[in-house]
Design a protein around this ligand. Structure first.
Ligand code: NAP
Length: 260
């Protein structure tokens, strides 16, 4: 068996970008289901396929059903889609394979490790895709399918994927929030955030070849109490930023102690 036809259940960020990538790779997208007609139609127009908001009207002959919905909605939608023999995968970082047990006979996970948005076209070629399935046969199907859109398909089990998701929150979501703080501070002094781009790019370049803690710089790793105190005073009117500054500085000092 080969996967040739796909139905998307969910029409959000991930369904949009995976749908476009699979369509371009020659897969046939049969249908998009979503809770709202607006989301379903928006994606079905992009993928040139049918849309439905009625779970009972999802076609039953697709090779693969990609469930890409809000994590808290997944298990109910799996339950409501009563085609037990459908090969179903989800795209969540934090939900284990066990969510399918008792609900579907053939199942797996197809998790792209990237920040994806509806409106920003993703270049899948370099995006790591983590796959898991209930047996080797279905794992191989997902591996083969993944390789049609990316060079980087890896078998990752549910426990590893859950930890990876926490790591991704630190590496992407928290870092982005710290960029937002930096942007805000720069703006308050009429400085452009762009001035920080070379610094941000060099930090990324270094961690590609070194352990991040080895290339840590700044007042905290030097334990320069005077400068840290000065920075905290500068943030006196911004207590939320002050707290983050303190918390992360302490973590940097402790990490240095642990590794020296
Ligand atoms: N975005 C990322 O960067 C990313 C990356 C990797 C993995 N993931 C994972 O992929 C999955 C989908 O993420 P996403 O970013 O694509 O989500 P999303 O854009 O928020 O899309 C969510 C989809 O879930 C539907 N939905 C939301 N609440 C629902 C409810 N209560 N009942 C039924 N359907 C509901 C939405 O339907 P309507 O639009 O019709 O309301 C929409 O089709 C999640 O498990 C997420 O963790 C996300």
């Amino acid at each position: 068996m080969m996967i040739k036809t796909i139905v998307f259940i969910g029409a959000g960020n991930v369904a949009t970008q995976l749908g476009l990538a699979f369509k371009e790779a020659g897969f046939e997208i049969l249908q998009v289901y979503s809770r709202t007609g607006k989301s379903a139609t928006l994606l079905s127009n992009k993928l040139n396929c049918f849309a439905t908001t009625d779970i009972k009207k999802i076609v039953t002959h697709a090779d693969l059903y990609i469930f890409s919905v809000k994590d808290s909605a997944l298990s109910k939608i799996l339950r409501d889609f009563e085609v037990d023999n459908a090969f179903a995968v989800h795209t969540s970082g934090s939900i284990g394979l066990e969510v399918f047990r008792g609900l579907k006979l053939r199942y797996g996970v197809f998790y792209p490790l990237q920040t994806l948005s509806k409106s920003v076209r993703a270049d899948f070629e370099k995006i790591p895709v983590c796959v898991e399935a209930q047996d080797v046969k279905h794992l191989n199907l997902l591996m083969r399918m993944g390789k049609k859109i990316t060079r980087n398909v890896t078998h990752v089990n549910s426990q590893q994927r859950a930890v990876m998701h926490v790591a991704a929150v630190f590496a992407c979501n928290f870092t982005n929030h710290l960029y937002a703080i930096a942007d805000d501070l720069m703006e308050k002094e009429n400085l452009s955030f762009d001035l920080l781009f070379p610094l941000i790019e060099e930090t990324l370049r270094k961690v590609k070849n070194h352990k991040p803690y080895e290339v840590q710089t700044g007042p905290a790793v030097r334990n320069d109490k005077e400068i840290m105190q000065k920075h905290l005073q500068q943030l006196a009117s911004l207590p939320a930023y002050q707290k983050i500054y303190n918390f992360i500085s302490k973590s940097i000092i402790e990490t240095k102690k642990r590794n020296s």
